[in-house]
Design a protein around this ligand. Structure first.
Ligand SMILES: NC(=O)c1ccc[n+]([C@@H]2O[C@H](COP(=O)([O-])OP(=O)(O)OC[C@H]3O[C@@H](n4cnc5c(N)ncnc54)[C@H](OP(=O)(O)O)[C@@H]3O)[C@@H](O)[C@H]2O)c1
Length: 198
């Protein structure tokens, strides 16, 4: 059984992944803690397996409290991502939580063929660097553009390799996130480019 904390739980990808966690995980397999600002926006999708906590990721006290009993943190955020990443790493270290899945973006290493690095990616690059400097068992995901296609599989590139593809179905990305969160030892301390397999 895994206890999974989802940070930024009202985001598009986080909501898609939440649904996927609840679809594939049987009662024994996953419990979710959804952490978000203004929690009244979200209806608890399954009170037997899901709890909802209101909080800002930059609220150190609340974030650390939310980490209690957690096995895996899944962060799907936006905005001041480097500061958010620092808070996440600190709270995980303080709470003794090791496993982090962190959403960034394709392009942060200038790895997309034909596309020069753009400063709009700075928050994604800088937050990934904070995570990579930590001692945590992280997987940074660098997805392509999100689509609403069906789950059509995904392809992965490692850091140092050119990014392959362009977009990624939210359902396919969620499938990968669920696999990473529920399997032990998969892609630890890796930064993965992810795109749809077509
Ligand atoms: N769309 C794409 O094609 C694409 C491609 C590659 C990467 N990405 C990146 O992937 C990430 C997830 O995408 P998405 O579409 O799911 O984004 P999204 O819908 O904007 O979700 C991001 C969530 O982060 C939350 N958040 C921001 N700051 C927070 C804080 N301090 N504390 C708690 N929550 C906070 C927001 O909460 P509020 O609702 O309270 O504002 C929002 O719900 C984003 O960084 C996005 O840029 C997107």
């Amino acid at each position: 059984m895994k206890n999974i904390l989802i940070l930024g739980a009202n985001g598009q990808l986080a909501r898609n992944a939440t649904a996927r966690f609840l679809e594939v995980g049987s009662d024994e397999h996953v419990n979710l803690k959804l952490y978000l600002r203004r929690a009244s926006r979200l209806v608890n999708p399954d009170p037997r397996r899901v709890s909802v906590v209101e909080g800002d990721v930059c609220n150190a006290r609340k974030l650390q409290a939310a980490m209690q009993g957690i096995d895996v943190v899944f962060a799907s955020l936006s905005g001041e991502m480097a500061t958010q990443a620092q808070h996440i790493v600190s709270a995980m270290n303080a709470a003794g939580v090791r496993r982090l899945i962190f959403i960034s973006s394709m392009g942060i290493y200038g790895e997309v063929p034909g596309q020069p690095y753009r400063s709009v990616l700075d928050p994604y690059r800088d937050s990934a660097a904070v995570v990579e400097r930590s001692d945590l068992e992280y997987t940074v995901l660098r997805p392509g553009w999100f689509t609403h296609d069906a789950d059509i599989g995904y392809q992965i590139t490692q850091k140092g390799q050119p990014f392959i593809g362009h977009d990624i179905s939210l359902d396919s990305l969620s499938t990968l996130i669920v696999k990473l969160a529920t399997s032990d030892g998969l892609y630890l301390r890796c930064s993965l480019g992810v795109s749809s397999d077509h």
